[in-house]
Design a protein around this ligand. Structure first.
Ligand SMILES: [Zn+2]
Ligand SMILES: [Zn+2]
Length: 114
């Protein structure tokens, strides 16, 4: 269903809302990022507490699944054994732009917008 279409686009680096190329580090093209941002801000203002709780849960889940709390990428077994909560990339490349801070919110917001 919609999920696999979305997944396919993510894998191909395409926007999940259209067929344009997604911006690096994003799931959407420039145009849709701008749209989602706008929508997202309103959505966030209205659902602040709910969103914060969801992010908290998500981070907890990432931790349980051994995924990076920052970018949700799987953490290497050996790093997990050392107790790291972040993937190698997020630990090493502090100066390189990370996945946008509100990416998770952006993803939530997109579920009910067009
Ligand atoms: Zn798009
Ligand atoms: Zn990471």
């Amino acid at each position: 269903m919609g999920k696999s279409y979305r997944q396919r686009h993510i894998e191909q680096g395409l926007c999940v809302r259209c067929t344009k190329e997604a911006e690096p580090g994003y799931l959407m093209c420039k145009e849709h990022i701008a749209k989602a941002r706008e929508h997202n801000l309103i959505y966030y203002q209205k659902n602040k507490e709910k969103i914060k709780a969801r992010i908290r849960n998500l981070k907890k889940r990432y931790e349980e699944e051994g995924r990076c709390r920052e970018c949700s990428m799987p953490i290497l077994e050996e790093d997990l054994a050392k107790g790291y909560l972040y993937c190698e990339n997020c630990r090493m490349k502090r100066s390189i732009p990370k996945r946008p801070k509100y990416q998770h919110i952006l993803e939530f917001a997109c579920e009910d917008f067009d």
